[in-house]
Design a protein around this ligand. Structure first.
Ligand code: SF4
Ligand code: SF4
Length: 287
């Protein structure tokens, strides 16, 4: 199985549009994964039907038993995450800040602290026209997004081990969810837009992906909105030996397709043709 992630240095670059287009163009057996667990939206394009769903448990959370607590204050001093709240007499844990490190439990002289499992989100296993899809929703205010991303990828592989391709819609940015997404991925498609900030984001993204030893292809979305900066991006990619596997023109059909819940590649629009050509190029490189 080849693991291919579509990523971008920031949100709104057209990453999910490219992922949905590839899902439609690809004729190989495929499992789809949406690793944008904070705002998963691949489902908006692929219209999945849910087969299975279950809770995701992140790191345990500390709980203080007020009947056992002697109000010594030690836990408040040792917690490096500011997760212990107190009015000087009563001590409690701010669960949204607790990272589950257990230091308070280990140092509490009264044995008043226990660690309890915490539901941090939900994982969905769904069917689509193009293959099964694993996506997730992180609970509001919950951390552990990197752990959830890893769990989503693991589920996709465990349930579809014989597929030719794991196609991943990555999270935006270069933080923990992106690192978890790209870890173990064979190749990424870095989608960028022709702006100075887009180029800067691409440079940061490339550094992270190289650290994680993933192969990199680049795609410039809406290239014709600023041909000069598109040229600068091409020059950067040439210097870095990153193949630019395609450019996508600005095309109002893209938003229309998203509103209709369809991959844009189902139309014959200029953006659709560009994504078809991008996939032809990439699939020849991969197989
Ligand atoms: S360390 Fe234990 S006994 Fe002391 S304040 Fe915290 S919970 Fe209470
Ligand atoms: S488990 Fe760690 S983060 Fe949570 S309250 Fe205890 S010391 Fe703080």
């Amino acid at each position: 199985m080849i693991r291919l992630a579509v990523v971008s240095g920031k949100g709104g670059t057209g990453k999910t549009v490219v992922t949905g287009g590839i899902a439609h163009c690809c004729t190989r057996s495929m499992v789809l994964v949406d690793c944008d667990v904070d705002a998963s939206n691949l489902e908006l394009i692929l219209s999945p039907h849910i087969i299975d769903r279950w809770d995701f448990y992140g790191m345990d959370v500390a709980i203080i038993d007020p009947d056992v607590c002697s109000s010594c204050g030690i836990c408040s001093g040792v917690c490096r995450f500011g997760a212990i709240a107190t009015n000087g007499e009563v001590f409690s844990v701010r669960t949204s800040k607790c990272e589950g490190c257990r230091v308070c439990k280990l140092t509490c002289p009264a044995g008043a602290i226990t660690m309890q499992p915490r539901v941090c989100g939900e994982i969905f296993y769904s069917g689509t026209r193009y293959g099964n899809l694993v996506h997730a929703r992180l609970a509001p205010g919950a951390s552990n997004s990197g752990l959830l991303v890893a769990e989503v990828k693991k589920t996709a592989f465990k349930r579809n081990p014989d597929c030719d391709l794991m196609l991943i819609d990555g999270p935006p940015g270069t933080g923990c969810p992106l690192i978890s997404t790209v870890s173990g991925t064979d190749v990424v498609i870095a989608v960028t837009e022709p702006s100075r900030s887009g180029l800067h984001d691409l440079e940061r993204l490339v550094r992270v992906c190289r650290t994680l030893r993933a192969g990199i292809y680049a795609v410039i979305n809406k290239w014709d909105l600023n041909p000069d900066i598109s040229d600068m991006i091409r020059q950067y990619c040439r210097r870095e030996e990153i193949p630019v596997v395609g450019t996508i023109p600005y095309d109002e059909c893209v938003m229309a397709a998203v509103r209709n819940g369809q991959p844009v590649t189902m139309s014959g629009s200029p953006a659709a043709q560009a994504i078809h050509a991008i996939w032809d190029d990439i699939s020849m490189r991969l197989w």
